[in-house]
Design a protein around this ligand. Structure first.
Ligand SMILES: [Ca+2]
Length: 82
């Protein structure tokens, strides 16, 4: 009888894990914008922390490695939010 209880607990634990896993996947960061390193999310706009931009997302100093879609590198030297 003791073994049956253990198996039952394992099945419940496995079921709980199956439910929790998709939730974790949703909470993980989604795609990164290919122009920036480290990762910036693909959103309507990203502005520099402490700047006058209106967001909705803000970043600190970032390398610009592709088209500067968010306009973070004003002087074009490959470093945004200097
Ligand atoms: Ca720059």
């Amino acid at each position: 009888m003791k073994n049956l209880v253990s198996v039952g607990a394992a099945v419940i634990a496995g079921f709980a894990f199956a439910i929790a896993t998709p939730a974790l996947a949703v909470a993980a960061p989604s795609d990164c914008h290919s122009s920036y390193s480290p990762c910036l999310p693909i959103v309507s706009d990203v502005d520099c922390e402490g700047g006058s931009g209106n967001g909705p997302v803000y970043t600190g100093r970032v390398r610009v490695i592709g088209p500067d879609d968010y306009g973070l590198d004003r002087d074009g030297n490959g470093i945004g939010c200097e």
